[in-house]
Design a protein around this ligand. Sequence first.
Ligand code: FMN
Length: 186
Amino acid sequence: MKVIAFVGSPRKDGNTSQIVDSICAGLKENGHAVEVYNLAELDNKGCQACDSCQANKVEYCAINDKMTTLLPKMADADCLIVGTPVYMMQVSGDTKNFLDRLFTFYVRSNHTARYLPGKKYITVTCSGAPAEAFGSVTEYLNQLFSGSFQMENAGNITAGNLMSKDDISKQQEVLKQAEDMGRKLS
Ligand SMILES: Cc1cc2nc3c(=O)[nH]c(=O)nc-3n(C[C@H](O)[C@H](O)[C@H](O)COP(=O)(O)O)c2cc1C
């Protein structure tokens, strides 16, 4: 199985990154190929609403940046992992910019999706507040991936009480849950 993972926190080796890495460690045990990208490093220019993708003027996206090169990789993958910290009660800006670029997978003319339907996805959200406070962010991501993109939910990790970069190390049970989630994916 090919897996592509995106981390929406600029904090290297922070909480989101560590949870995503744990999922990937579980996946790698079973020989799955995993690629992880940090969204802050992609220099994503953001969707320009040029409509080229919806007008089929390009296969994926008219923007000439690294993000465009990753869209076919997403189309080719079997599973997508998206991890985000909660910023101002929502996904981080880098994550939102990334999600906007997935417009190419949405078919506006008939409100369906292309390339992504049937693929698996996992979400990870990390907040400073207790986990229960931001179930809404996980719900939003599920609405997008299960709803708009007709993907199959392979797991959601909603973690909380994570203020400092390494707070997740005090919640080994969450890291174990993540590793198990990756290990069980097939
Ligand atoms: C700009 C900014 C906004 C944040 N907003 C919230 C928030 O609205 N609610 C919350 O619970 N935590 C908030 N946090 C805390 C982060 O969600 C939390 O520390 C998270 O674990 C960071 O993940 P990371 O270690 O992967 O960067 C915010 C942090 C930053 C830097």
